[in-house]
Design a protein around this ligand. Sequence first.
Ligand code: PBG
Length: 329
Amino acid sequence: MYPLIRNRRLRQNESIRRLVRETIITPDDFLVPLFVVEGKGIKEEIPSMPNYYRMSLDILENEVKDLWQMGLCAVLLFVKVPDNLKDNQGTEALNPEGLMQRAIKTVKDSCPDMLVMTDVALDPYSSYGHDGIVAEGQILNDETSEVLAEMSVSHAQAGADFVAPSDMMDGRILTIREALEDEGFQNTGIMSYSAKYASAFYGPFRDALDSAPVDIENVPKDKKTYQMDPANRFEAIRETQMDVDEGADIVMVKPGLAYLDIVREIKNEVDVPVAVYQVSGEYAMLKAAAEKGWLDHDSVMMEQLIAIKRAGANIIASYFAKDVVRLMG
Ligand code: PBG
């Protein structure tokens, strides 16, 4: 009579596997990151992110229509800012006619129901490639938060549904929330990059936006004084709890795959939706291995995304979003 329990009964064909499957990926899970540049008719491939593009506003207009048609309902906007508009204060970030502000309007005009989230941090605008204002070798916390709050209001004025602060300054969620309330944007949400690690997986993204920290004397060469130490777990809970207390509507863990223990930990700890950013380096690794014929692209892509969702992600920011929807047919 041994064994009475055979777990393989629930695996013996695809129909029973479908019936008992715990984690299912759908287009509703995705937040699609988009990189916007100045110009016309521009759709340039990012060298370290095969099949991913920087696009000008006219191309963006059609891209969001396509995404919507495919069933994708949310985008996360990033802009590549020309060098001559960069400074230490991120002044251009507040320009009502800046590229981000125009990109928000473009998406909303083209596809009014598409949810628009915007990256809020100074790095694309910073002549030093830092997320905040630099002074005497330090990244200033409170001064930066004030600028980020103004930047958030500017994005809300342009029509953003959610702002997504990715800078890791302390207390910025409260500063941003208060600024949005003061300006009448009670319904503008905040998706906070709560547990964002100082990760080498962001390399291709910094190529895409030309936003890496510069190598100048008295400017930190990395982001380790504000982004988290990859070695730390309890700190991630503290960071996330703090953002929830300050008014974050959605919290995020970043990167994805190498931090799934953190995702689960946070999912168990907070009751707001948890987003995970499967970052540029994760995308680049799979594309490169698949190009060499070393990994099966589609199977590994799905396995990774299922792992992220199984770990506790309610929302996944991923460069694979379109590939997945196409694969699902
Ligand atoms: C900007 C920002 C970064 C990413 C998202 N927002 C880069 C960084 O912090 O240096 C990384 C995204 C990716 O690698 O896909 N603060």
